[in-house]
Design a protein around this ligand. Structure first.
Ligand SMILES: [Zn+2]
Length: 328
């Protein structure tokens, strides 16, 4: 109810502070990081990445080796999603008629979207406005499908709506604490489905050859990505400052480029996403860390146990409070 109330106010143009909005909508606020934190992490990337130029340029130069050619996108995404599905099925029983459609679209502010249609069917759309790098095939593929949104929505439909008759669960309010769980699990699910260095191995052995790309530098690229992951909070910090007016759009672009390692077009895309979805941006990184800490608190450091704790989270029967507060 708190979330609905806040959402209606935002929808009518009555904005609040970033953290107040996110607490009401999703039950939590992302931690605040200052410029020093980002400079420190960028320093780590600086020592890792070879070549000349700014850290962002060197990261971009490395990443550019791994752009999936447009005519290979369908093949690569299908292979990535098929692997995620295969691995998920080794742990979970899914409805036998479950399926998805994969579509490539343009002119969107998101990189991927799952339109869950009910009856265990999803339409997964991938935005091809920007270049898509090899790791995104795994991340976006898994996030939108297995064990991400497609599986989460199916389990909700099966366990809560069909088996328990909870009709209210047939509607999923995007701006609600349910998104904390949906986005948090979809992002942490990538770690669950590809633990440790599995992602690198899979990219090297399967996806890069399918994309017709050279595998040289792929380990370095994934190591750089792991450090870069710590910079993901920049979008929250930019959002918080930009929306409150304490940061100009120019500064926001600089932060997103210098500390987010985005190129200019991605940074601009990011700003348009922030303006559209406001504090929703905390769902991708902060909420993933919330899920990670919940799963680890509940004994999920071992890859096998992690699937089990993760399934309980996906089943929709965990209270938000229990996820947010360490168990006593
Ligand atoms: Zn998502």
């Amino acid at each position: 109810m708190i979330a609905y109330d806040r959402r209606i106010r935002i929808f009518s143009g009555e904005y609040g502070l970033f953290d107040d909005e996110s607490k009401d909508l999703f039950g939590t606020a992302a931690p605040v990081f200052n410029e020093n934190y980002y400079q420190l992490v960028v320093g780590q990337l600086d020592s890792l990445l070879p070549g000349k130029g700014t850290v962002a340029d060197r990261f971009q130069a490395l990443a550019n080796h791994f752009i999936i050619p447009k005519d290979k996108l369908d093949t690569v995404f299908r292979a990535a999603i098929a692997e995620c599905r295969k691995r998920t099925l080794q742990h979970y029983t899914l409805p036998p008629n479950e399926d998805f459609k994969l579509e490539f679209v343009t002119d969107k502010s998101w990189s991927g979207y799952n339109w869950y249609k009910g009856n265990y069917q999803s339409v997964i759309q991938i935005n091809t406005d920007l270049n898509i790098f090899i790791d995104r095939a795994i991340d976006v593929g898994s996030h939108e499908s297995y064990p991400g949104h497609h599986v989460y929505n199916m389990l909700l439909e099966k366990n809560l709506y069909r088996d328990n008759g909870l009709v209210e669960l047939s509607v999923y309010p995007l701006f609600s604490p349910q998104s904390l769980i949906a986005e948090g699990t979809a992002n942490y699910g990538i770690e669950v489905v590809f633990p440790g260095t599995d992602k690198i191995t899979f990219a090297r052995e399967v996806l890069l050859p399918l994309a017709g790309l050279d595998t040289t530098g792929i380990t370095l690229y994934f190591n750089a990505l792991a450090i870069k992951g710590k910079l993901n909070y920049v979008r929250n910090d930019v959002g918080r400052r930009l929306l409150s007016g304490s940061m100009t759009e120019e500064e926001a672009l600089r932060w997103l480029q210098d500390y987010g390692m985005n190129n200019k077009e991605t940074a601009m895309k990011s700003i348009s996403f922030i303006r559209n979805y406001r504090s929703y941006v905390i769902n991708y990184n902060h909420c993933m860390d919330v899920m990670k800490s919940y799963i680890e608190r509940n004994g999920g450091t071992n890859p096998e146990t992690r699937w089990k704790v993760f399934e309980v989270l996906l089943s929709g029967q965990v209270r938000i409070q229990d996820i947010l507060e360490p168990s006593k």
